[in-house]
Design a protein around this ligand. Structure first.
Ligand code: DPP
Ligand code: ZN
Length: 889
């Protein structure tokens, strides 16, 4: 396939200043008339043809300044010899939205029309300079049958609407802000809205709407509240107001992504809009809040200032993920006292880092590794990655770590002052941060251009007699880093603390600093390949301090330091940095689990060390810890994360080790788990707040551990909880525990659950996912999955449903998926090929499941390679071919 390189960027020869779109909506033949005011850019030769991009369009007519024009239409390009510096071009095309299963461009979902244009979907709607540096103002007129499509929405403000002949009607929308084509949207159909008018800080009223299918209206309150909270937060934290008179969110059941930030008309996967206590878990509620925030925050970081080209995707995504992370942290912290707030912030950080390390670190070590600002791609849809998003957010977070919140805000202010209304680059953002803070961030550029996860090796030396502590930091990349991008030293903000023998923080001062500089957490700026920092003025002849390294995960790196189990247990019990407290427990558990997995992999008998059992017991017994934090601390590293830490991944051994450890922790602390379960009921009406959610999470974790025990007590608890639950979090956790225990109680509960929620697609997704993620037992999970594949409620065309069954099995159930007989791989290959023909974007995501095949034990590799070859031979889409080609390459 054609590879596009960042270094080849050229500004477009023509600008499109205004776009006037007219849609005659019909599911099988929608006619689009697109009138553009186009200007040749200064210095471009007059004979340069205009080339507009299009995909799958039927061309009807082209007129240039009102006169039928010569245009050639080949290879997805419409060439027009305009010959003038400024002109009006009208292109009329038609397309077939009902036949569009890719869910890019204009498509039909449950009888309604929706669009998805990012990254390159607008070209499936009309011929255009479909690239983000072409910013135009849009006027959009929608015409459709009034009964079938009573609601007609597009970006911006509604300026006109009325009846048309033959039972049709129309609506005309004007978006006053120039925007790139990827932010265009339209929606038409039978929808209803929850509506609210609010005043923003300057007193202007704003109309807010959440549009859904009629039966879903009762599930929109939380999305509306989240939207209002997002608007308030962006004004408070960044001084950024809502700039349109109205802001709309629309939910759709068929959607490739989570949601899309189209100007003034955000389109969302129903999963991130609909929530009520009966059908959504606490996690779902939190996700709705985060995604509503994310898309809303794009209005400034993405829409007002957009990307020059798609290589700059992290400019808007990394920044906006960082913003939504901060928003969620503030929302969770807003509920309690200072200690609860600090704990809530730490829990949010832990969740984000857990996900970064499990997915992004793996991506960065595999064949799809790319820098935060990629150098090349064949299919841009494949680069909406955890590197661009989550590592990108870490890179943005480092500015805040280096300059503080105020300094970060100054940088943001300067960024908007300079670039409002422009399409810019990651370098422009970095320059604004540097200039606003009088800093030199030249070296920091490497975070954008170098792929791979840096490692920082730490050596410590304590001179008790002099009260000096030396920390030597050495940065490098893993030797098997799979990237040809440079590997030069980065600027790494490295936050550290030192604990004394009683577990208290020591005041830290570097050897050239005055005493007043002392603080208990110091952010060291590591810039060289190797650097030594010396803390002075520590107590003379004190005990050797314990280092707390990379506090709050101050940079996206791996820390190599030889902690012994006792030091980790000590940090787990005492570190004032809640993130590192959790981290110590994870390191302890990871090491134990990896040793056990190695032993099991080699055919031996594994045993869990009593130090680990005791350290976890202390956390279990410590009622001073916030429940949400305790839940995080007692949740073992995931099987996926653990497999990634092995030299040769052995999913079966990892699963066995983790199951054994859970069993041992359950057995050793049975009474404590029982006590936690009893002590953490939530009283009063259901509220999805961080505090209540934390109590439920801990209690349900306890139920999960109790379900590991061989006696029948847990089954009774779970059955009762399942029956009596007044919310989905508790009901679904109980169902999970029952499924784990198995037997007829599990079958009955699964059946009951299905019947209860048969008409709730998002809950049925959970029902599929839960079964796909069960470990092999009396029945093999692959057989269950194949049976569920033929279930009447299964539908491969619906991405949420495909993900709930297929992805849950292939990516969420490593031990069963990586069965030695390659049955999982055969299933994977079939599904990638089936999806490839329907929806290449979703297919390519599934294809990525096997990209790390070389990482696995030899007995599994052949089966994976064969499955990859099979897909390579059969796949047609650029999306899948790029992924599989890189995996095999
Ligand atoms: N909809 C995706 C997001 O918001 C792509 N922009 O991240
Ligand atoms: Zn985004």
């Amino acid at each position: 396939p054609t590879v596009i390189h960042r270094r080849d960027y050229m500004p477009p020869p023509y600008r499109i200043e205004t776009v006037d779109l007219h849609f005659d909506l019909d599911p099988h033949r929608t006619v689009v008339r697109n009138t553009m005011r186009i200007v040749r850019r200064d210095g471009v030769p007059a004979d340069t043809p205009l080339e507009l991009l299009g995909e799958g369009l039927q061309l009807e007519a082209v007129t240039l300044d009102g006169v039928a024009a010569e245009a050639s239409d080949a290879d997805g390009r419409l060439r027009v010899a305009a010959g003038r510096a400024s002109f009006e071009l009208t292109v009329t095309t038609h397309c077939d939205p009902a036949a569009n299963s890719s869910l890019m461009g204009l498509y039909v979902s449950n009888g309604n029309f929706f669009t998805q244009c990012e990254a390159e979907g607008f070209r499936k709607i009309t011929y255009f300079l479909d690239r983000p540096d072409v910013m135009a103002t849009y006027t959009v007129t929608l015409a459709a049958d009034k009964e079938a499509y009573p609601v007609l929405l597009s970006n911006g403000n509604l300026v006109e609407s009325g009846p048309l002949p033959d039972g049709r009607h129309y609506a005309k929308w004007v978006d006053p802000f120039a925007k790139p084509s990827y932010l265009f949207a339209l929606v038409a159909g039978k929808l209803v809205a929850l509506e609210e008018t609010i005043q923003i800080a300057d007193g202007t009223p704003k109309l807010l709407q959440v549009w859904v299918e009629p039966q879903d209206l009762p599930k929109t309150r939380h999305a509306m509240d989240s939207l209002i909270a997002s608007i308030r937060w962006d004004e408070r934290r960044y001084g950024l107001p809502l700039d349109l008179d109205r802001f709309m969110i629309v939910a759709v059941g068929d959607f490739n992504m989570g949601a899309m930030e189209n100007k003034g008309l955000n389109i969302f996967n129903t999963k991130y809009v609909l929530a009520d206590q009966q059908t959504a878990t606490d996690t779902d509620f939190a996700n709705v809040e985060a995604v509503v925030g994310h898309e809303y925050f794009h209005n400034w970081t993405g829409n007002r200032v957009t990307c020059r080209d798609w290589f700059q995707l992290s400019l808007k995504e990394g920044l906006t993920v960082f913003r939504d992370q901060e928003f969620s942290a503030d929302m969770a912290a807003g509920e309690g006292d200072a200690a609860q707030a600090a704990s809530a912030v730490a829990v949010k950080r832990i969740e984000d880092v857990r996900m970064l390390r499990q997915t992004q670190f793996a991506e960065d070590a595999g064949p799809m590794a790319h820098p935060v600002r990629p150098e090349s791609y064949a299919e841009i849809n494949n680069f909406y990655t955890v590197t661009v998003y989550e590592k990108g957010a870490e890179v943005v977070r480092m500015y805040q770590t280096l300059f503080g919140r105020d300094g970060f805000r100054r940088g943001m202010d300067l960024y908007f002052q300079r670039h409002d209304g422009q399409a810019v680059t990651c370098d422009d953002f970095r320059q604004a941060m540097a200039d606003a803070n009088g800093a030199d961030l030249a070296q920091f550029e490497r975070w954008y251009s170098q792929a791979g996860t840096p490692r920082v090796a730490v050596e410590t030396a304590y001179d008790a007699a002099a009260g000096r502590y030396r920390l030597t930091l050495r940065q490098h990349y893993a030797e098997d880093r799979r990237s040809d991008t440079p590997a030069d030293p980065l600027l790494i903000p490295f936050a550290v603390g030192l604990l004394d023998a009683a577990g208290r923080d020591l005041p830290l001062r570097l050897n050239d600093e005055p005493e007043s500089a002392a603080a208990t957490t110091r952010v060291l700026a590591l810039t060289g390949a190797e650097q030594t920092f010396e803390f002075v003025g520590l107590p003379i002849d004190g005990a050797t301090p314990t280092p707390s390294l990379l506090r709050h995960f101050s940079a996206p790196v791996i820390v190599d330091y030889e902690y012994d189990d006792a030091a980790l247990a000590f940090l787990l019990a005492h570190d004032s940095d809640a993130f590192n407290r959790w981290e110590a427990g994870q390191r302890l558990a990871t090491r134990a689990l990896l040793e056990m997995a190695q032993t099991l992999s080699a055919g031996g008998q594994a045993r869990l060390s009593e130090t680990v059992v005791d350290a976890f017991g202390k956390v279990l017994a410590d009622d001073t810890l916030a429940p949400a934090f305790r839940e995080q601390a007692l949740t073992l590293p995931s099987e996926t994360f653990l497999a990634e830490q092995m030299i040769e991944a052995d999913p079966g051994a990892v699963h066995a080790a983790r199951t054994q450890m859970r069993g041992r922790l359950a057995e050793a602390h049975a009474a404590l788990w029982q006590r936690i379960y009893e002590a953490h009921r939530t009283d009063g009406p259901y509220r999805p707040t961080a505090v209540d959610a934390g109590r439920r999470a801990l209690r349900n974790l306890a139920l999960g551990y109790l379900a590991e025990l061989p006696d029948a007590a847990a089954a009774t608890l779970a059955e009762t909880q399942y029956r009596e639950a007044d919310n989905m979090t508790d009901r679904f956790s109980a169902l999970g525990a029952l499924a784990r225990i198995g037997g007829t109680a599990a079958q009955d509960a699964l059946q009951d659950f299905y019947r209860r929620f048969e008409h709730e697609p998002l809950v049925i997704d959970k029902w599929f996912a839960l079964q796909a993620m069960q470990p092999d037992g009396a029945a093999r999970t692959i057989d269950t999955v194949r049976r569920l594949f033929t279930h009447p409620a299964f539908n491969l065309k619906n991405p949420n449903r495909a993900r709930s069954l297929i992805f849950s099995f292939c990516a969420g159930n490593p031990a069963a998926f990586h069965a030695a007989d390659a049955s999982g791989y055969a299933f994977w290959a079939e599904q990638v090929l089936a999806l490839d023909a329907l929806n290449p974007q979703v297919a390519a995501r599934l294809a990525r499941v096997l990209e790390r095949w070389r990482k696995y034990v030899p007995t599994l590799r052949d089966g994976m390679e064969a499955a990859l070859q099979r897909v390579m031979a059969g796949a047609r889409s650029r999306d899948v071919r790029e992924v599989v080609g890189k995996a095999l390459g």
